[in-house]
Design a protein around this ligand. Structure first.
Ligand SMILES: [Zn+2]
Length: 278
């Protein structure tokens, strides 16, 4: 597998992106205590390529030219495939964890599909949610409207090549969808298994490597269902700790790979060091 960095933007936060229901000071104090800047941060934006030996599978497509982080600070995936050793026409399957702009923005490049030979997979619940006409009546400045608009220009034109997943479905042998609803109504994570070793690709089950893990109960600004998002974080972090899973986590610092351990009343992200080299 190859993780590819799609954006390097520094943005305001993590409050209120994480901890929107908390006083700003609580999040700033946690950052200070963690030796991190208090009010600016650099999220990862990390699509994952998996070469199964018979197929090349890409999880999420980054910001593209029209996503959450505009060029030149985001939308790097298209240019980073080649140095990673691949070309867009080699990608067989694109799996979308959900339909927010930083995940579907890279599907199209100047109005044309970037991956000409790919088929696509997304949660059925997720697709149906964004396909409803009333999504476009959301606040024009909000993430819901931007997602709904991008969904129509970037995913709907590909609909005849899209497979609609439900939790438990296999995308391809060794890759299985896991329910992680809350951030969006049909958000999916994925178990990726090879020769008895398992990786969890959790999409947007965390938006900050310290704050989301330490306080999964804190509300996340971009979660569409706050309580379901919090419950899903706890369940998914429990899964990762119980099974000592390697995790590929879209918004953690690049290369966005690590493990989860319990700490105090919450959890802690442990970035990979040499575990995979042995
Ligand atoms: Zn995201």
């Amino acid at each position: 597998m190859t993780n590819i960095l799609d954006a390097g933007a520094v943005i305001d936060g993590p409050w209120p992106i994480v901890g929107e229901d908390q006083p700003k000071e609580a999040v700033e104090r946690l950052m200070h205590d963690s030796l991190l800047p208090e009010s600016r941060f650099q999220p990862g934006f990390t699509p994952t390529l998996v070469n199964t030996g018979s197929e090349l599978v890409l999880f999420d497509t980054g910001n593209g030219g029209d996503g959450f982080v505009p060029r030149p600070h985001g939308g790097w995936l298209a240019d980073m495939l080649e140095p990673a050793g691949y070309t867009p026409d080699q990608v067989d399957v694109i799996v979308l964890t959900h339909a927010h702009p930083d995940h579907i923005g890279g599907l199209m490049e100047r109005g044309r599909p970037l991956f000409p030979n790919a088929r696509y997979a997304i949660g059925a619940v997720e697709y149906d949610f964004w396909a409803k006409d009333d999504r476009l009546s959301a606040d024009k400045d909000g993430n819901e409207f931007r997602s709904a608009r991008l969904f129509r220009t970037h995913l709907v034109p590909l609909a005849d090549r899209v497979r609609f997943l439900k939790p438990g479905d296999d995308v391809t042998p060794g890759i299985r969808a896991v329910a992680s609803f809350g951030h969006t109504p049909g958000h999916l994570s994925f178990h990726i298994e090879s020769e008895g070793r398992r990786l969890l690709l959790w999409g947007d089950c965390a938006h900050h490597e310290v704050a989301s893990l330490a306080h999964p109960e804190w509300h996340a600004f971009f979660d569409m269902d706050k309580e379901a998002g919090a419950a899903t974080r706890k369940r998914v972090y429990d899964m990762a700790t119980a099974d000592r899973l390697l995790v590929s986590a879209y918004h953690m610092s690049f290369p966005s790979l690590g493990y989860v351990e319990r700490k105090d009343a919450g959890y802690r992200w442990v970035p990979v060091t040499y575990q995979l080299n042995l």
